[in-house]
Design a protein around this ligand. Structure first.
Ligand code: GDP
Length: 440
């Protein structure tokens, strides 16, 4: 995410890093580089200019008061200012009404329907809500099918009326349906167009007037940079939406949309989409995003993602198994599945401070676990449960069955055994204490 921008900002900072003090001259030089980096990332010109003017003033003003180095001071200032630029604080959905009606708007291809599914899944699994989806795109039957497939996948009902050609009526029917069926959230996926179009605007304005939504979320593809910002402006002038959803931040988007949208339309970014899967949705936190852009990682989000995927009861069971030294290949396999659900590997690594920068040119395949999975899948149930059974001839069979080299099989089993040893020590307080004592 935003690797190019991070890189260029890092280089801009170098001007100051070697210097003992902040002066007009070295700050001006750094700001010039930062402005260039922002413009290259497709940040709106006015936004980039007022941003750097602001940081410059604060840097010069703060210098006398602090004991930190100019580089550190600038990092802190940039972090605060970037966060402020993206909205400052996290902006949550208002979900108090029952049902809460959420209207989803945007151009075709922006990721509207995908986001509608992701949001329903998020509200269901993270907020304990009972959402209903409403398919209000009367022009594309495929869009209705797509929503139904997503609904099925996440276990959320979808209201459709394929006979009707009246989006206002469908939206109202959807809400009535939700009330009858105890759904406390209604998410309406509206029709888009390929480009801004008067008929679409009128239609969505009418739907808005008819259903009086509590939230109107404008979905936009972050890869489209300044176009995204311009489209957002037009939609906001007509709809006065409550928040922005930036999709496709997992791609090599330059970051311009994320950095300029708030200052141009003055509406908060509420969610980001980071992949095609239903789990690839994040609440947008300006401060954490700032820290990621500056290459400082985002440990808080990483931990949250882990918490979302790992079930407490399961974790307790697993701990029991570890304590009894019964951790087996089935558990190992399950752990891998959970890690995979946390998201794209490179994205996860980018959340660890320093690692994002280190890994920027490294290709991390999404199927990094494929070999391990193939090997485990070629074990018999008895072998999975009792790894001690796996003697050399069984290793050969597993290697042939999985199509992986025998060295790879041996390496995995060795790593697994080492892991079990460490687990055993950690679960034994006496052994742990002895180990600690040995440490320098
Ligand atoms: P709509 O026309 O606005 O409803 O757009 P869709 O929801 O059909 O999405 C268009 C395409 O973008 C689909 O292929 C989606 O899988 C893809 N897409 C949506 N959101 C994301 C995202 O956050 N990341 C990536 N990589 N792809 C996405």
């Amino acid at each position: 995410m935003f690797e190019n921008l991070s890189d260029k900002l890092d280089r801009a900072f170098k001007v100051l890093k070697g210097q003992g003090t902040i002066t007009e001259i070295n700050v001006a030089e750094t700001m010039k580089e930062i402005r260039k980096a922002l413009l290259d990332a497709d940040v709106n010109y006015k936004t980039a200019k007022s941003f750097t003017d602001d940081v410059k003033q604060k840097a010069l003003g703060a210098n006398v008061l602090t004991a930190v180095s100019p580089g550190q001071l600038l990092t802190k200032l940039m972090n605060d200012e970037l966060a402020a630029l993206m909205g400052g604080t996290t902006s949550e959905l208002t979900l108090t009404a029952s049902p809460t009606v959420i209207l989803i708007a945007g151009l075709n291809g922006a990721g509207k329907t995908t986001f509608t599914g992701k949001l329903a899944n998020f509200l269901k699994t993270q907020k304990n809500k009972k959402p209903l989806l409403v398919a209000d795109d009367i022009y594309r039957p495929a869009a209705i099918d797509q929503l139904e497939v997503l609904g099925e996948q996440i276990g959320v009902p979808v209201y459709t009326n394929r006979e009707s050609k009246d989006p206002i009526a469908i939206a109202k029917e959807g809400i009535a349906h939700a009330k009858q069926n105890g759904n406390n959230i209604v998410i309406i996926d509206t029709a888009g167009r390929l480009a801004i179009d008067e008929a679409m605007m009128v239609e969505i304005e009418q739907v808005k007037a008819a259903v009086n939504p509590h939230e109107i979320l404008f979905v936009v593809d972050s890869m489209t940079g300044q176009d995204a910002v311009n489209t957002a402006k037009v939609f906001n002038d007509r709809l006065d939406f409550t928040g922005v959803v930036l999709t496709k931040l997992d791609g090599d988007t330059r970051g311009g949309a994320a950095l300029s949208i708030k200052s141009v339309v003055n509406k908060p970014i509420k969610f980001i989409g980071t992949g095609e899967k239903m789990e690839a949705i994040d609440v947008f936190h300006p401060d954490r995003m700032a820290s990621r852009i500056l290459g400082m990682g985002d440990v808080v989000s990483l931990v949250e993602r882990a918490q979302m995927q790992f079930d407490e009861k399961e974790a307790a069971e697993l701990q029991k198994k570890i304590r009894k030294n019964k951790f087996d290949f089935n558990d190992f396999f399950n752990q891998i599945q959970q890690i995979k659900k946390m998201g794209n590997m490179k994205d996860l690594m980018g959340m660890i401070p320093g690692v994002g920068k280190m890994m920027k040119d490294v290709d991390v395949p999404d199927d990094a676990f494929k070999g391990i999975e193939a090997i485990i899948n070629s074990m018999t149930p008895a072998e999975k449960e009792n790894p001690d059974l796996i003697n050399p001839s069984r290793r050969n069979r597993i290697s042939k069955g999985s199509g992986r080299d025998i060295q790879e099989v041996n390496r995995l089993i060795k790593q697994f055994e080492d892991m079990r040893k460490v687990m055993k020590q950690m679960s034994n307080p006496a052994a742990m204490a002895a180990m600690m004592k040995r440490m320098p």
